[in-house]
Design a binder for this molecule. Structure first.
Ligand code: SF4
Ligand code: ZN
Length: 307
């Protein structure tokens, strides 16, 4: 029987060629979370204890583990759930988030894209029929979460993006020589003026598999329902798959690849152009016509050519 790499007791968790007993696995996950917050490989601490943080909780395993860990480590957090109204998927997500809030005794703020912001996602998808739905949905979520964060006057927004998300994004960006992504992909995105709130990804040192094993071990509720609108980038999901295949053969290469990028990403750095203010909502935009992508998707405007 395989032995735990930390204490030598019989191992019960076997991931990426490493074996842990359950106690040591918990310690390992929390240590990686803490090192993530400290900004190892990023070059600067993601967030300080006194900062107020909005934790975006979708109900999936990553954001639920993030909520649990930030709560456990006594960060000053406001968990926020955005209801997208995607049928059973959204009902299940809401149920999980509410149940967890009760279980740990911490209030979760719930917002509805429809009732609080008057957005009909079906209508948005129809309007942007030539774009991948996840990209469209992501634009709406990012904008609204930022708006909620500004209203709640928090210092940072934390999301549950993990190591696999980060590494596959960079892998895909290299395949496409997408310098835009390579220049600004980081677990720490600084604030922009008083319009865009700092964004952090404290789970960037933990893999999909580690987070799933941890959530199950700690009995953290999450939903595994698949979103009915999930049509993301094929290159991105393939990049994730290929990286995991290579990692099977060359253990640890996924981490080496991603941490290497983080340490050296300044080589891709470029002069940031001053952003314009959206003619409709006033938020920063790089769009030529001065209308941000959120307004193009949600407002009744004539110029729809870039959608
Ligand atoms: Fe949105 Fe895509 Fe996530 Fe569904 S899977 S919630 S469409 S980003
Ligand atoms: Zn706008």
């Amino acid at each position: 029987m395989a032995k735990c790499i930390r204490c030598g007791k019989p191992a019960s968790v076997h991931l990426e060629g490493l074996h842990f007993c359950s106690d040591c696995f918990k310690i390992h996950v929390e240590k990686e979370f803490e090192e993530g917050i400290e900004g190892h490989a990023v070059g600067s601490r993601l967030v300080n204890a006194q900062e107020k943080v909005l934790v975006a909780v979708s109900g999936g395993k990553d954001s639920m583990v993030l909520w649990y860990l930030m709560h456990k480590h006594n960060f000053n957090i406001i968990p926020v759930h955005l209801n997208l109204h995607y049928g059973f998927f959204s009902e299940k997500s809401l149920e999980v988030v509410k149940a967890f809030s009760e279980k740990i005794g911490q209030e979760v703020r719930i917002f509805s894209v429809k009732d609080d912001f008057g957005i009909d996602m079906e209508g948005v998808f129809k309007k942007a029929k030539n774009r991948p739905r996840c990209g469209v949905c992501g634009t709406i979520k990012r904008y609204l979460i930022n708006k909620i964060a500004l209203d709640l006057k928090v210092d940072a927004i934390a999301t549950g993006h993990n190591l696999d998300d980060g590494a596959s994004n960079i892998f895909k960006a290299i395949l496409n020589w997408d310098f835009e992504t390579l220049s600004r992909n980081s677990p720490l995105s600084p604030p922009y003026k008083d319009k865009l709130v700092k964004r952090i990804k404290p789970l960037y040192r933990l893999s999909d598999a580690e987070l799933k094993a941890y959530a199950d071990m700690m009995q953290i509720d999450y939903t595994s329902e698949v979103c009915p609108y999930k049509i993301g980038s094929v290159t991105l999901s393939k990049s994730k798959e290929v990286l995991n295949e290579i990692n099977e053969e060359f253990r640890g290469i996924k981490r080496t690849f991603y941490y290497g990028y983080l340490r050296n990403r300044d080589i891709f750095k470029k002069e940031e152009a001053e952003l314009k203010e959206c003619k409709i909502c006033g938020m920063p935009t790089s769009s030529e016509d001065g209308i941000c992508s959120f307004c193009k998707l949600t407002k009744d405007i004539e110029n729809e050519k870039e959608i």
